[in-house]
Design a protein around this ligand. Structure first.
Ligand SMILES: Cc1cc2nc3c(=O)[nH]c(=O)nc-3n(C[C@H](O)[C@H](O)[C@H](O)COP(=O)(O)OP(=O)(O)OC[C@H]3O[C@@H](n4cnc5c(N)ncnc54)[C@H](O)[C@@H]3O)c2cc1C
Length: 384
């Protein structure tokens, strides 16, 4: 890492830590419990440049690397995981445009996304097609200079407050294998693009996750990513590597917050005449928690470093996401356990950490799918 990048990284991390401490942590539990959208925090995130962390500087972004990107997600998630979601799929859209878009697409969309002037999202999952992406039913039919899109998407983060989405649709329903018939569009809200219901979630509350409905929605043909039909599946799969890095980093952030709360509480709470931290059973739990958190962190940084070298990192990002999310579910439960009854009460953020953890197991491809991705890559690497 060069000196300039090192300084830029330290600067953004210090800024984000300060933002989280002063502005996010004080309101996180209330906003989350009351499902309040954090408009003013999102405005601050724009000012801090967080919508363009990895967008190249020439397009108005901060031009930082994926290791810094992961560290920023970790810091935000220590305060409140939901706010990192606002820039999660937004960053996948920006990545796909930067990597696969035409010069015109990059020049038009990346500055708008980097400034947060347009908030992005990912429209991939459908009511009947989640893990099985190729089963999607949304279609895009070319009509002159436009594509006419019909179908629906479900579980779309930033659905209500976002402006523009990486929308996946079938331009060829006969293609074999079916994923070769999928194309990706830069789809801005307009006539025929409706936001349906908001989903009522276990955790990850405060931010919008919605149904999107498309009825004869027309998108200009110039918004087909890279102006290439049939490439959408490959484009989004590469974008999802960055999504898996960000989700794994969120898991590390939430688990770190839970661990730090637990080790502080264990030194204050007394039972049988001494702090519970002096009971060996609690010490064993703390040691396991800290070790797992650090192992997950290193997996995340390893995947991010590979992305920074310009290499594909499906295997590493899949491992990081799998390990970090399962670790987060265990560590948040253990942190609650160490807090006893108080951990179960909404006065403390412990129960929030515990409710937030499962999203990381399901989002950006479930952990069962991660295992399949990991195994496929291993078999390729160790082919005999
Ligand atoms: C809060 C939230 C936010 C989200 N945000 C977005 C978003 O912004 N954009 C977007 O496009 N999507 C988003 N998603 C969707 C998410 O990516 C999907 O929910 C996820 O990919 C799983 O798809 P599914 O829900 O259809 O489950 P299914 O695919 O129906 O899976 C059900 C179960 O079967 C298992 N399974 C499926 N296939 C296999 C297999 N071959 N082998 C073994 N097990 C298998 C799965 O692991 C899972 O346990 C979000 C989801 C949530 C909950």
């Amino acid at each position: 890492m060069n000196e300039q990048l090192g300084e830029a990284r330290q600067q953004i991390l210090a800024t984000v830590r300060d933002f989280v401490q002063r502005e996010v942590s004080p309101v996180a539990s209330r906003y989350e419990q009351e499902d309040i959208y954090p408009h003013e925090l999102v405005e601050r995130m724009k000012e801090l440049g967080l919508f363009g962390i990895v967008v190249p500087e020439e397009y108005g972004g901060l031009g930082l690397d994926y290791t810094t990107f992961a560290m920023v997600f970790e810091e935000l998630s220590k305060g409140w995981m939901s706010i990192s979601g606002v820039i999660g799929t937004h960053s996948i859209l920006a990545y796909v445009i930067a990597k696969f878009g035409t010069e015109d697409q990059k020049g038009h969309w990346l500055p708008l996304l980097a400034r947060g002037e347009k908030r992005g999202g990912l429209g991939l999952t459908e009511p009947d097609a989640g893990s099985d992406v190729a089963a999607m039913k949304t279609t895009a039919v070319r009509n002159g200079d436009e594509y006419v899109i019909n179908g629906s998407k479900l579980f779309i983060t930033n659905g209500r407050y976002g402006d523009v989405f990486l929308l996946l649709a079938k331009t060829n329903r006969e293609a074999q294998p079916p994923h070769r018939g999928i194309s990706a569009f830069i789809a801005e809200k307009g006539p025929g693009f409706t936001v349906g219901r908001d989903l009522n979630k276990l955790g990850y509350r405060g931010v919008d996750t919605c149904e999107l409905v498309f009825q004869d929605y027309r998108v200009p043909a110039e918004n087909l990513v890279g102006l290439k039909e049939g490439q959408g599946f490959y484009q989004v799969m590469e974008g999802l590597e960055t999504g898996r890095i960000n989700v794994a980093a969120r898991a590390v952030g939430v688990a770190t917050a839970a661990f730090e709360a637990a080790i502080a509480y264990a030194q204050q709470r007394k039972t049988f005449g001494q702090a519970i931290a002096q009971h060996q059973a609690i010490q064993l739990m703390l040691a396991d928690m800290a070790t797992k958190v650090q192992a997950a962190r290193l997996l995340v940084y390893d995947a991010a470093a590979k992305k920074d070298r310009g290499e594909r990192c499906d295997l590493e990002a899949g491992m990081a996401k799998l390990f970090a999310s399962e670790m987060c579910a265990q560590v948040t439960l253990d942190a609650m356990r160490i807090h006893g009854g108080y951990g179960y009460i909404k006065d403390l953020p412990l129960e929030r950490y515990y409710r937030d953890a499962p999203l990381m197991i399901i989002g950006e491809g479930t952990n069962e799918i991660q295992k399949l991705v990991i195994a496929r890559n291993l078999l390729r690497r160790y082919a005999s």
